[in-house]
Design a protein around this ligand. Structure first.
Ligand code: S3P
Length: 172
């Protein structure tokens, strides 16, 4: 895989799960922008939001994007839900959007293992009504910046990763 795959989509749509499964099956490394930020800052996303606010977090996302552009190739990059706003997203690789309705995402989070933890660690999901507003705000922007869209509703992880590989022309 020469070009990076840049996996974007709303919080809780399953980017991390998909990235890990893809990585294993197609023998590529994967990195996660939230993990990179947490290790760079030596604190959790929640803490960064609490101590320095969302705007500082967005600055960190841009730094991560610049680093990826300079240093990373042939890698699957799983992005935080707001990462699509960095100014060089299209230069990072093929942008793949995982898409689902807000209700499906909410249900996925609420019925998952460690549901409470998964919601708690996402400051912008603390209030589902606010999260829905954000979803509506971002829906079109995600589609606009995307090269490949995958609707994940009702699909297994296996099916999703196969569809990504097929559309992005990646062989095992
Ligand atoms: C955010 C999504 C989160 C994380 C941060 C902000 C967003 O990542 O980057 O809490 O703005 O949508 P996930 O999409 O992995 O939850």
């Amino acid at each position: 895989m020469k070009k990076n795959i840049i996996l974007i989509g709303f919080m809780g749509v399953g980017k991390g799960t998909t990235a890990r499964a893809f990585s294993k099956t197609y023998d590529v490394f994967n990195i996660d922008t939230d993990d990179l930020i947490e290790s760079r800052e030596n604190r959790k996303i929640k803490k960064i939001f609490e101590e320095d606010g969302e705007s500082y977090f967005r600055v960190l996302e841009q730094e991560v994007a610049d680093w990826i552009e300079d240093c990373i190739k042939g890698t699957l990059v799983s992005c935080g839900g707001g990462f699509y706003k960095v100014d060089n997203l299209k230069d990072l690789g093929t942008v793949v959007l995982l898409e689902a309705s807000f209700e499906w995402i909410l249900n996925r989070l609420l019925t998952s293992k460690n549901a409470e933890l998964k919601i708690q660690k996402r400051p912008l999901f603390a209030n589902p009504e606010e999260a829905k507003k954000l979803y509506i705000e971002r829906e079109k922007a995600y589609q606009k910046i995307t090269d490949i869209t995958i609707n994940v509703e009702g699909k297994s992880t296996e099916e999703i990763i196969k569809e990504i590989a097929k559309k992005a022309k990646i062989k095992k």
